[in-house]
Design a protein. Structure first.
Length: 308
């Protein structure tokens, strides 16, 4: 048995992270397997605390100009001259509110708390989301589509919106002209036990293999203008809601799969929310397979939402 530089490696079994080390002996080898879950959790908490301190220091720098923007929108609100102006004011106020929610969400990552999980029907939720999101992209830049079955999940609405927004923005940001027109596809599926998942994939170049292992690490980025917090917060929000996120690699499509913790049970929905705890992080790299939608209802028609 040989490992590069006689080093060990970590692997996951369910939600536990185990460390695997081979120690050479005179008469053979000693294989040591240690539960690294608590150690990794402490490391993760330390990272969150650091981000919390940073967020606290800069939050007022964001919220001060944001308050001025909101105030200006309120002054314009009583009497817009046209329906078009009224719609623009609505967009200003909607996205100002979202910025404030994002700042608050980042701040709460370093504080104990609970996700405000509520039942979400993914397909209609995605349709509403995409109608809003398409206003933020240039016409003709991207084609957005929804496919798959129906799926109800328990998730914090604001956190789910931030997750999906971040993944879509990353697809657009890193799209390359040689890949042709960018196509972002949302697929709702479920496995045999009814566990619902959401695939968000695109036809771009995908992520370099060298970056996959550090994909969800804070401040890791290949873009000098990026903070490197986007995917880190995406994973944290998934963990906070009892979900997992994996990177998917396919021959023609790449992206992410969000696997929700369990199907919605009307009888214990509130109990699940109250008992929520933060599970350990997941950084698996999976190959895209044909989705199994047997437990997610009928396949449904693909719905395209194009930028206006």
């Amino acid at each position: 048995l040989k490992l590069p530089n006689n080093e060990g490696f970590n692997f996951r079994v369910g939600r536990r992270e185990l460390g695997f080390t081979i120690i050479p002996l005179r008469s053979g080898h000693l294989i040591q397997i240690e539960d690294q879950t608590s150690i990794q959790k402490q490391i993760q908490q330390s990272k969150l605390a650091s981000i919390g301190r940073m967020a606290s220091a800069i939050s007022h720098e964001i919220r001060n100009p944001l308050s001025a923007i909101n105030h200006a929108a309120q002054l314009l609100d009583p009497g817009p001259d046209s329906a078009e102006e009224a719609e623009l004011i609505k967009i200003i106020r909607t996205h100002s509110r979202r910025i404030d929610e994002i700042v608050e969400s980042v701040l709460t990552r370093s504080r104990p708390g609970k996700a405000e999980r509520r039942k979400i029907d993914l397909k209609p939720w995605l349709k509403v989301f995409l109608e809003t999101f398409k206003e933020t992209v240039s016409p003709g830049d991207v084609q957005l589509s929804i496919a798959g079955g129906d799926g109800e999940v328990l998730f914090d609405n604001t956190q789910l919106e931030q997750i999906v927004t971040n993944l879509c923005q990353n697809s657009i940001k890193y799209a390359k002209p040689e890949s042709g027109k960018l196509k972002i596809r949302f697929f709702i599926g479920a496995v045999w036990d009814g566990t619902v998942y959401l695939d968000i994939t695109d036809n771009g170049q995908g992520i370099d293999a060298a970056d996959v292992d550090q994909l969800f690490e804070p401040f890791h980025t290949s873009d000098s203008k990026s903070t490197g917090l986007g995917l880190f917060l995406v994973r944290e929000f998934c963990n906070y809601n009892g979900a997992e996120i994996d990177y998917l690699r396919g021959a023609h499509r790449h992206g992410f799969r969000i696997t929700f913790s369990q199907p919605v049970d009307e009888n214990n929905e509130q109990d699940q929310s109250d008992a929520l705890s933060m599970p350990e992080a997941n950084t698996r790299n999976e190959t895209i397979k044909e989705p199994d939608i047997r437990a997610a209802g009928n396949a449904g028609e693909e719905v395209e939402v194009r930028p206006a």
